[in-house]
Design a protein around this ligand. Structure first.
Ligand SMILES: [Zn+2]
Length: 78
């Protein structure tokens, strides 16, 4: 396996490394498809007193945004 990799053309070696990295990133995106909503910092949409809050207009109060790459990898927001 490793020998075959070393005998590969340098260009193909890059391609193989790239595919492995993409696969690893895809696994990571699958495990963590969301990030905290940047507009309400994950739900901190509170008034200065902390007693009142508003539902974030960007994430609809879900406090999360689907990562762009998660969408690319076929994940659907619920
Ligand atoms: Zn939000």
């Amino acid at each position: 396996m490793l020998e075959a990799f070393i005998e590969l053309d340098p260009t193909w070696r890059l391609v193989v490394v790239g595919l492995v990295l993409i696969a690893a990133y895809g696994v990571g995106v699958r495990m963590f498809p969301y990030r905290a909503c940047p507009y309400c910092s994950g739900g901190n949409n509170y008034s200065p007193t902390g007693k009142h809050f508003n539902v974030c207009s960007r994430c609809g109060g879900s406090r999360r945004k689907l990562r762009l790459m998660a969408r690319v990898f076929g994940h659907r927001d619920r």
